[in-house]
Write a protein that binds this ligand. Structure first.
Ligand code: GLN
Length: 238
């Protein structure tokens, strides 16, 4: 079995080690005898969504986000088709904001991909914190680090988690991120997946299920990952 992971614009959207998420997915596949092929895309490259199983969009500064969003119109309809066909996506911070309709900043509006019904508005101050959230789908809390000026409004969509410690989507202290079909959007940098192996496996499972009709994953020894997660969760208990 093989999964193809597409990393969109790693030269621009690459804050705080988002690339580590790619390494994590690759390793957790390989440890189970599943091969993982990583394909990086630069601005202007044609993206063959039909061959992809997981797409990662990382975080970026407002300046870099603006460069990316200029080009998004070209991939919008193919990306939409992929998402509606249950393609897996993990989008972090700036990448998460780009999933929505727009991101309004003092420098003007950045049009998003409109893949998920949400929008973002810049606010003050920046929301910078360690963050712990709870999603009842996972046995462990999900931990990370957030640093964003944007406040994201997800409407009736399902959040990625409930905020235990930190700011989350818009500092209302309630929701963090979004889940829509097999898309996760989140403000959690960190990198996210190495410290939250259940989230990584959730993405792999969904992708395998879609491609091969069987998302069963062999359990791994996650002692170190669990220790890293527990350390943060205990330090910031809410
Ligand atoms: N530029 C966006 C913001 O400040 C996202 C930042 C990020 O990806 N860390 O809200």
């Amino acid at each position: 079995m093989k999964l193809r992971i597409g990393h969109l614009y790693p030269d621009l959207l690459n804050l705080y080690g988002d690339r580590g998420n790619i390494q994590c997915m690759k390793k957790r596949c390989e440890w189970r005898g599943i091969s993982a092929e990583i394909q990086e895309y630069r601005l202007g490259d044609r993206i063959d969504f039909e061959n992809l199983d997981i797409v990662l969009l990382g975080g970026g500064s407002d300046r870099e986000q603006r460069i990316v969003c200029e080009k998004l119109k070209k991939i919008k309809s193919d990306f939409k088709e992929y998402v509606e066909d249950s393609g897996s996506v993990i989008a972090i911070c700036g990448g998460y904001q780009l999933l929505g309709h727009y991101y309004d900043t003092s420098e003007g509006r950045m049009e998003g991909l409109s893949l998920v019904d949400l929008y973002t508005e810049q606010g003050n101050p920046r929301l910078i914190s360690n963050i712990v959230i709870q999603n009842d789908h996972f046995s462990m809390p999900v931990v990370g680090f957030e640093n964003h000026g944007g406040r994201t409004y997800i409407g009736e969509n399902q959040p990625f988690g409930r905020v235990v410690f930190g700011h989350g989507n818009n500092d209302d202290g309630k929701t963090e991120g979004v889940i829509y079909k097999n898309v996760i959007g989140t403000y959690l940098h960190g990198p996210l997946l190495p410290k939250n192996p259940e989230v990584c496996d959730y993405l792999l499972k969904n992708a395998l299920e879609r491609r091969y009709g069987n998302g069963e994953l062999m359990p791994l020894d996650d002692k170190e990952e669990i220790e890293a997660n527990t350390y943060i969760a205990k330090r910031f208990p809410g």
